[in-house]
Design a protein around this ligand. Structure first.
Ligand code: PLP
Length: 481
């Protein structure tokens, strides 16, 4: 047929490739709006999620066939989408576990993603891997780990806990691991139980041990539970220690747990997602003493190293164990290294393709030196203690958990209130504090008590923001009396 002999048209589809000038204009447009946003963070309300459902509905749309100007799209994002949220980056964010999100890391991400090199295999990007490996070695040094330790950067504490659990399971249990028992406390972050669930353990294999009046795991109860499980034919294999709980910042007696783990031949895991980087400070090192004896440690740079969300870390003391749990190869993969100094991150983690995560940690540490981070963390420790001192003398306020790190839990209480009444009063108190929109705090339950938490961790939170929180607590208390 004649048409088959005609040359095929070869359309050149290059509209996705921007020219230098187009890149500059797009970057300028994004930079102008981002810098104005970041500079105005302290003046922005601490939250603005009213009408969120309507907004979400108004944003629902069909896939566009044709494009729109970037300026118009960025305006939508900065004017409508971003403002309708918790201001998690601002100085008044004292909820959950804040961090702020270093702008320096955002710039590093821009560079990493615009250059889009792959750092999961050493041989294809040795320099990139070297910078990320430096960061992991620095982290090992911070927690006092030996040279043979190895680690990975993850997207956060949840996935780090997951890989830790899988590594421990691989090291300490047979292939049929269903008798393996995990020990946590009633203050352990739920991501540890979720990790056990994802790793295939039945719900009943996670033993939750009670805590004392400072919210640390009760050591004798843990010992009894391990002994009882052995007697019942179970296989205790992992203790998950808390190095800074989400509820109150409590740090378990890590030395005592390390002794038990050694004696019982169990894997000791430390969830230091919140607390770990306090080891940079003298006080933190004292509080976290013994953490270096854990077999694995989870750290979250997006918490106590102030990075943007999406940066977690897992360190394993016996580096090769991490590889034994995660390594798998395929014919299409390049040659891997044996030298642990030249890590192939894909063999140490569940991930294959991923962004070059190391640069967002490396750049701010190199720009400022680790001393700047130490000073910032010392400031947070001091601010939480000052906040606790001022709360303690506020009429009608009782401290429920003194700060062990940078978090204080407290509540309003009066003689004669029963628990239910006190809980209702405290929920209303929290709502009144947040209604002022200068700070944002969250509450939690400690046993039967509903308490308010003030967590000082963002690098943007200084004495003025804490003072503002105290003013708003005082004002809210007066309104309720
Ligand atoms: C103590 C602790 N562990 C683990 C996690 C889970 O970390 P991520 O939210 O980064 O997955 C958190 C999160 O707040 C935490 O506070």
């Amino acid at each position: 047929v004649a048409s088959e002999k005609l040359p095929r048209p070869r359309p050149r589809a290059d509209e996705l490739e921007l020219s230098g000038e187009q890149m500059r204009r797009l970057l300028d447009a994004a930079a102008k709006r981002t810098i104005a946003h970041v500079e105005s963070l302290p003046r922005q309300p601490s939250w603005a999620t009213e009408g969120g459902e309507q907004l979400a509905r108004s944003l629902r749309e069909e896939m566009p066939e044709e494009g729109r100007p970037a300026e118009e799209l960025l305006d939508l994002v900065f004017e409508k989408v971003i403002p309708a949220s918790l201001n998690t980056a601002g100085p008044g964010y004292l909820a959950y576990i804040p961090a702020g999100g270093l702008f320096q890391s955002a710039v590093a991400d821009f560079v990493a993603q615009a250059t889009n090199r792959y750092a999961g295999v050493f041989s294809v990007a040795p320099g990139l891997v070297a910078l990320e490996a430096n960061v992991l070695r620095w982290f090992s040094q911070i927690v006092g780990y030996p040279r043979e330790s190895q680690g990975i950067l993850t997207t956060g504490g949840s996935l780090s806990n997951f890989s830790a659990l899988v590594t421990a399971r691989r090291e300490r249990l047979p292939e049929n691991f269903l008798s393996g028992m995990v020990y946590t406390s009633d203050q352990t972050h739920h991501s540890v139980e979720k990790a056990a669930m994802l790793a295939g353990f039945p719900h009943g294999n996670v033993r939750v041990i009670g805590t004392d009046e400072t919210f640390r795991i009760r050591i004798p109860d843990l010992e009894s539970a391990i002994a009882a499980d052995r007697r019942a034919g179970k296989t205790p294999f992992l203790i998950s220690a808390n190095a800074g709980t989400t509820n109150t910042g409590a740090v378990d007696d890590l030395r005592a747990l390390a002794d038990i783990a050694e004696r019982e031949k169990l894997w000791l895991h430390a969830d230091a997602a919140y607390g770990g980087f306090f080891a940079l400070t003298a006080e933190g090192r004292r509080i976290l003493a013994g953490i270096e004896r854990a077999d694995s440690i989870v750290l979250d740079p997006h918490k106590s190293l102030f990075l943007p969300y999406g940066t977690g870390c897992l360190l394993v003391r016996d580096g090769p164990a991490l590889k034994r749990a995660h390594a798998l190869s395929a014919d299409y993969m390049p040659t891997m290294q044996d030298d642990p100094g030249m890590p192939d991150f894909n063999l140490l983690s569940p991930e294959l393709s991923r962004e070059w995560r190391g640069l967002r940690v490396w750049l701010p540490i190199k720009m400022h030196g680790i001393a700047a981070f130490r000073r910032a963390l010392e400031e947070k420790l001091a601010l939480a203690r000052e906040a606790a001192d001022k709360l303690r003398v506020m009429p009608g306020i009782e401290i429920v958990a003194e700060p062990q790190l940078s978090l204080v839990a407290f509540r309003a209480n009066r003689p004669g209130w029963d628990v239910g009444e006190a809980n209702e009063v405290n929920k209303a108190l929290l709502d009144r504090i947040n209604a002022r929109k200068r700070v944002y705090m969250t509450g939690t339950r400690l046993g039967s008590r509903f308490v308010l938490r003030l967590c000082v961790l963002s690098f943007r939170t200084h004495a003025d923001a804490v003072e503002m929180a105290l003013e708003d607590i005082r004002a809210a208390l007066e309104e309720s009396s």
